[in-house]
Design a protein around this ligand. Sequence first.
Ligand code: GDD
Ligand code: MN
Length: 366
Amino acid sequence: MRPITCIILPTYNEVENIRWVVRAIFAQSEKIDSHDLHILVVDDDSPDGTHEEVRRMMGKYTNLHLITGEKKGLGEAYKRGMAYAISQFHPDLIFEMDADRQHDPEFIPIFNYLATHGFSLVIGSRFAPGGSTPNFSLRRKAISLLGNWMIRFLGGIPRIHDCTSGFRCIKASLIPRCNLSFLSTRGYSFQSSLLCELLRNGAKVIEVPIIFPDRIYGESKLSFKDQIEFLFNLAKIRFRQSEEFVKYCIVGVSGILVNLGMYITLTRLLYLPPPLSSPIAIETSIISNFFLNHLWTFNGRHNAKGLFKKITNFHIVAGIAGLSNYSVFILLINYIGLYDIIANLTGIALGTLINYFCNSLWTWRR
Ligand code: GDD
Ligand code: MN
């Protein structure tokens, strides 16, 4: 049996578009000879008769499927659709795609190819170099860019240009690993939540620039409520990220204990001189911190860097953070006259932040 690609089309009042989209997608089947193409329309009881139109087409297209339900938002529709597709068709790949002709079906074979040749997440990107949104109003552009910037920054994913895109191809095996119940996923913020979860689970991502033209028929369903939900969701994504930060701090504290234990062993048991014991103890704690972070804090993050490169980066970061810690300490006691313990704590806090962010965004960069 050939592997299956299932394209999920969420619809709410797309009667003028759905026929064109379904036909255009199936026209791509012949360009994909490696996979069987299926379409699952997830319609939320559209009052305009979208599902009746889909049912009529199902007579002609045997790979066209439909589920309907109450309207609870775009994210809820995708969650239902993905669960249904996985249980019914056991697809290899799942596409997310809009059913309003704003996503060009001509991209399907390329996405499909990339998702079977080394990548597990292909994003149709409006904001990567070469992509565009020629007809976005200034307001919509500003909202989209600001939203993307916030997700990138708070989610710690600086490399991805379009975090809210609704045109993506995903290795289906990654989806059950994502915990979406923690995040708010009813509306459009599903897109950024899913992206963060996929990346947490080690998705290898590539962005393909796309042009996102204006709608010809019907209208966007993105509401003010969706934008508010997006902001709340950002806080949750940040909180999820802080789980990593907490682990990083625990590892840091363990490093102090390792350092101390090593120092005591070297000086009290092996009678080595303190000036020699201290650097050995420091290095031991750096190495133990590295492996604990590698195996626990950042477990699941994969990048092209080999272990040796990561260890080198980790040392460079430790050097930078140590220097910053020391500089702030000196600055605060000499120029501000701060109590030395407070100055030291401030230095440690700064060093820890620098350490965490550099390692998160560079050493174990996603
Ligand atoms: N089933 C269902 N339920 N479908 C929905 C719902 C819903 O509540 N809301 C929207 N849809 C469907 C639409 O019918 C369309 O096929 C698709 O989801 C996209 O909806 P639009 O309303 O056209 O979204 P957009 O063009 O404003 O937004 C695009 O950009 C966003 C980010 O800026 C989409 O690509 C979004 O997915 C994307 O997040
Ligand atoms: Mn649209």
